[in-house]
Design a protein around this ligand. Sequence first.
Ligand SMILES: CC(C)(COP(=O)(O)OP(=O)(O)OC[C@H]1O[C@@H](n2cnc3c(N)ncnc32)[C@H](O)[C@@H]1OP(=O)(O)O)[C@@H](O)C(=O)NCCC(=O)NCCS
Length: 155
Amino acid sequence: MKIRCIESRDADQILQVQDRCPEIAPWTLQDYQRAADGEMAGWVADEGGIVVGFLVARRVAHDFEILNFAVRPDVRQKGIGSLLLQQSFAWGTSLQAENAFLEVRASNLAAQRFYERRGFRITGRRPRYYSSPEEDALLLTATISPQRQGQSGSL
Ligand SMILES: CC(C)(COP(=O)(O)OP(=O)(O)OC[C@H]1O[C@@H](n2cnc3c(N)ncnc32)[C@H](O)[C@@H]1OP(=O)(O)O)[C@@H](O)C(=O)NCCC(=O)NCCS
């Protein structure tokens, strides 16, 4: 299994992962192609040519935002999500980003636990941010620091 940058050819397979992950924002093929074209940063977890997970992020001033992130349900809890997150932190460090942030559905407790154990804290709440179903978003933020990169166990 390797973590590599998103390429255009991955868009179809990323959609297949997305189709199995109702927790995340339903992006289009074009959205992922824009990530592959460099409008956003993105990585995939590639298992022998099969995309089993992905993470897309963008720089926002002195921070970076995780925009969409999922691992195929049948290969979760094996460290793949941590590797993708670690890759995004390495990228953020190279940009000298100060914080990583993201929004998560208030009901998505598994993801909240994942982020909490990796240094994220709740820093805001956006009422009725999501639709279908309508739900609040929690804003989670983690501080990026060079020390964090050296502590691979912390991600
Ligand atoms: C969040 C996600 C990407 C993590 O991917 P992963 O490959 O399972 O991640 P890892 O194997 O590296 O880590 C698993 C961690 O998730 C947490 N977790 C996963 N499922 C859980 C569950 N059902 N209940 C509680 N915690 C859970 C655990 O804290 C675990 O961490 P630990 O090893 O420290 O105990 C994955 O669960 C996923 O795709 N979820 C659906 C999409 C989503 O919610 N994306 C984020 C939207 S903001």
